[in-house]
Each structure stands twice: as C-alpha cells, then as structure tokens.
Ligand binder design. Structure first.
Ligand SMILES: Cc1cc2nc3c(=O)[nH]c(=O)nc-3n(C[C@H](O)[C@H](O)[C@H](O)COP(=O)(O)OP(=O)(O)OC[C@H]3O[C@@H](n4cnc5c(N)ncnc54)[C@H](O)[C@@H]3O)c2cc1C
Length: 465
C-alpha cells in the first residue's frame, strides 16, 4: 500500500512549487507535489517560456527582413504561423518533461490531481471528480499560482477575444489586433504580432505603457514601438465589446472622447487572478487580500504548518520570485536560516523588441521615498557593440543615493538588456556603491560596458558620450 504520509506536500508544480519540492527533498524532507494540469505551471507551459520561443521567431524574422542592412541577401522572409506555434509548444513540452525528470531524480512523489486542504495537515486529491487519495504532511506549501484576469464586459471567448493561452496558440493570424493592458504580458504579445505584420493597437488605462517601469524608459520604449507601427493609446479605457463573426469593435475612451476600434482579435492582458478557490481555505486561518494569500517574510500563512509562495501570494507575479520563495520555504521548513526575500532586488524583464529590464527603485519612486538622487544615463548609440549588432536604440539608466552612493535602481531598454540586468541585480544584493561599480572592469566590446558608463555618468565621468 502506498505511504500517504509526507514531511512536505506542495500544492502546484509551477516554478514556485517544483523548486520548493526539490529543495525540500534535497534537505531530507519526504516530499510530494500535487499538480492538476502540467508540471512547470504557467511559466513553462503557458507563460515565460513559450512566449520567449514565439518572440525568438519574431526576432529572427525581423533580422531576416533586415538582412540587407548586414550585407546579406535573403530574397523573401516570411513565416508559417503553425510552425512558429509548434516550435513554441515543443520548447514548452521539452521543459515540462525536464521538470518531471528533476522531481524523480530528487525522489519527489508526483501526485496528479486537484488538491484541497482537508483538515489539519491533510490534503485530499481528486482527478476528474474521482478521489485519488488523502495525504498527510507536517507542512503544506500552497503554490497554486494564478490565471488570466478578466473584467466585467471584458471576458475572453477563446475565438475573438483571447487571453494568453489562446494568444500563444493562434489558429489564425489576425490582420488587426487590440491589446488591452500594457504590462509585460500585453507588450510582449503586441511586439510579437506587430513583428509578424498585424496592425497592433495597445490600450492602457494608466498614463504610460509598462507602468511599473521608470518613466523615461516607458517613454523611450513607446517611441520605439510607435516607430515600428504600433498605435498606443494611454489614459484610455476599453469597454463595450461588440462582436461579429470575425471581428470585434471596442469602444475606447480617452481624453474625454470615445472611439470605436474594430479589429480581428482582442488580447486581454489586464492582470491575473490568484488560484485560491476550492482550496478549502475557509476552514483554515489562512488570510487573503483580494484573493491573494497573505504571508510573512518566511512565506508562512496564519495557519500553522501552511505556507504559500509565488503568484498566489501577490505581486510581483514573476517566476523567479516564485522559485526564490520556494527555496526560502523549503529551508525554513528544514530548520535552516534562509535570507528573507527583498522585493527591491527582484529584477523585472519584458522581452519585446526592444527589450526592457529593471531592478530596484525608479527615479520617481526613489525621490518619492525621500532620497536625494544622482542619475546616470548612457545611450546605446555610444556603444561599439550595439552599433556592430545594428542595435543603436536603447539606454541604460542608473539611480544612486546621492548621500551614500548606494545603487537604488537600474533601468534599461534595448537589445539584450534582459541578459544584462542581472549584473545590477548582483550589485544591489551586495549593496554596492558607485565606487565598486566604477572599479569593476567590464569586457570590451560588450553591451555591458554601458552599465559601467551609466554609473560613470551619474558621477560626471562618462568617457564615451
Ligand atoms: C504570457 C505570460 C508570460 C510570462 N512571462 C514571464 C516571464 O518572462 N518571466 C517571469 O518571471 N514570469 C513570467 N510570467 C509569470 C510567470 O508565469 C508566473 O509568475 C509563474 O508561473 C508563477 O509561478 P507559480 O509557481 O507561483 O504558479 P504557476 O506557474 O501558475 O503554477 C501553479 C500550478 O499550480 C497548479 N494548481 C493550481 N491549483 C491547484 C490545485 N488545487 N491542485 C493541484 N494543482 C494546482 C496549476 O495547474 C499550476 O501548474 C508570465 C506569465 C504569462 C501568463
């Protein structure tokens, strides 16, 4: 008979859950993970990874179309949408299989089905309505993630109005597209479909796109997207969807006027809703705030022995935040003394063209927090590698505490900045000042030299601009 008793049961096998399970098992805890759909969660199957595969196809197409700029001859660059999507699904499936392998290697039991808290230390699992079993554990980690949020009047129908799952598995290439919401997810889809030739309009309720980013970076990115042909309407509210067989008309209200915009498809990217329903939380002391589970710095809920991590606990909704919390939880359960997560050191990336990446405080947030700041900037056009790559559009901005020299934030837009940002991530985690950053030797020729120059600029010492 199967042994149903564990030290740790993790509910949800996304980047939060599977990482927590592996780390717990590494620390000698007898661990199980319950997953109702796909190991790897949204990130590997419907989020981070498949979108990056799609964006890579868009990037290669863009380069092929601009081959002449590099002295190359490509007669006609075009695409096969089915094959682009197939590649993205293949990449997701490959990684999903990899997670299963890692869990097995670490002797984590995988239970397939939907889990509910069923009394102290008890987890009941069902599959397709039938009971799979009841399991017990000293500690339970809720890592159930989130799903696309819809708003009243703005619901997806899987045909004309899409959320991310349908947007990354289109059966038809829309000629025109309206993206509602300009956070990372909305902008990545806008960038993908724009590169493939759709006429893309982005509607954002806030006064700028990528509202979490530094204002200057948002403005820079907006100009680039507009140069590529996107239409962007900010301070705008989308409402009232009217559908025909193959088109949607959306009433967009901005600057006191309402405009009807008719498109082939609409993508809703208006945030996410936490998966807390049907978890049995009502019989526990677990507290939620607008659905998100409330936790302390060790990811503990108010119910003893119940932890929560990742998207289900709230912003920032990022895979690396979920995974990092997974490690904290496992170590806390095993009686280690992990560092609490400092949200100010979590980088955020948008993989559009151009890319956007940041860590820490924006200039405005730093000023609002009372800091006297020193700001450095460096443009891509001043960097040899950027010119050689044919990527002269972008900038690197750094924000320092003028009193102490502490790096408060770093903000970038341009080619490959999502790979560069971690340099500043390490600097922030180590609480470095401008001195260490200036003394660091950056290899030449690299885009990373701009990270150095931006710091130098904050102190009036930039060399190459
Ligand atoms: C289109 C898109 C692009 C994204 N791109 C990025 C990116 O580039 N970088 C980034 O950092 N983040 C990105 N994200 C966000 C990222 O996917 C999430 O932050 C991350 O997946 C959260 O991990 P998680 O483990 O908390 O939850 P999830 O990945 O959502 O995993 C939760 C898992 O729990 C399972 N589950 C839920 N309820 C139950 C239950 N009762 N019983 C059993 N199983 C259950 C679900 O099936 C799911 O597999 C993107 C998201 C989307 C939608």
């Amino acid at each position: 008979m199967a042994d149903n008793n564990f030290d740790v049961i993790v509910i949800g096998g996304g980047p939060g859950g599977y990482v927590a399970a592996i780390r717990a098992a590494q620390l000698g805890q007898k661990t199980a993970v319950v997953e109702r759909e796909h190991l790897g969660g949204i990130c590997l199957n419907w989020g981070c990874i498949p979108t990056k595969a799609l964006l890579r196809s868009a990037e290669v197409l863009h380069l092929a179309k601009h081959a002449a700029d590099y002295g190359l001859v490509i007669k006609e660059a075009s695409f096969d949408l089915d094959k682009v999507v197939q590649r993205s699904r293949k990449v997701a499936n490959q990684l999903n299989g990899g997670v299963r392998h890692l869990l097995k290697k670490n002797k984590v039991t995988v239970i397939e089905g939907e889990a509910t808290l069923a009394g102290k230390g008890q987890v009941a699992v069902t599959k397709d309505g039938a009971a799979v079993g009841t399991y017990s554990a000293k500690n339970i980690v809720i890592a159930t993630g989130a799903r696309a949020r819809t708003l009243p009047g703005l619901e997806d129908d899987g045909k004309l109005v899409w959320t991310y799952r349908k947007a990354m598995t289109p059966d038809t290439m829309p000629k025109s597209l309206l993206v509602i919401g300009s956070g990372a997810i909305g902008i990545e889809f806008a960038s993908f479909y724009n590169a493939l030739g759709a006429k893309v309009t982005v509607v954002e309720v806030m006064d700028r796109i990528l509202p979490a980013e530094d204002e200057e970076i948002s403005a820079f990115a907006r100009k680039q997207f507009e140069k590529q042909g996107m239409r962007i309407i900010t301070g705008a509210k989308a409402g009232n969807l009217r559908k025909t067989d193959n088109s949607v008309t959306v009433a967009v209200e901005a600057n006191g006027k309402t405009e009807d915009i008719t498109v082939d498809r609409v993508i809703l990217a208006v945030g996410i809703s936490p998966n807390t329903e049907k978890l049995g939380l009502e019989n526990t002391k677990v507290k939620t705030d607008r659905g998100h589970i409330q936790t302390n710095q060790w990811c503990q809920t108010d119910e003893p022995g119940v932890y929560a991590i990742g998207d289900v606990t709230g912003a920032p909704w990022l895979a690396h935040k979920a995974s990092h919390e997974g490690v904290i939880v496992a170590e806390h359960i095993a009686g280690k003394h992990p560092h609490a997560l400092d949200v100010r050191n979590i980088p955020g990336c948008t993989y559009s063209h151009p890319q956007v990446a940041s860590v820490g405080l924006t200039e405005k947030k730093a000023k609002d927090a009372g800091y006297e700041v020193r700001v450095g900037r460096f443009p891509f056009v001043g960097n040899g590698k950027a010119i050689a790559l044919g990527e002269p559009d972008g900038m690197v901005k750094t924000v320092f505490d003028a009193k102490t020299g502490e790096l408060l934030g770093a903000h970038m837009v341009g080619a490959e900045v999502t790979e560069l940002i971690q340099g500043y991530g390490i600097a922030k985690t180590m609480e470095t000042t401008e001195q260490e950053l200036m003394q660091t030797v950056f290899p030449h020729p690299t885009l990373s030299e701009m990270m150095h120059e931006s710091v130098l600029d904050a102190y009036g010492r930039a060399i190459h601009f």
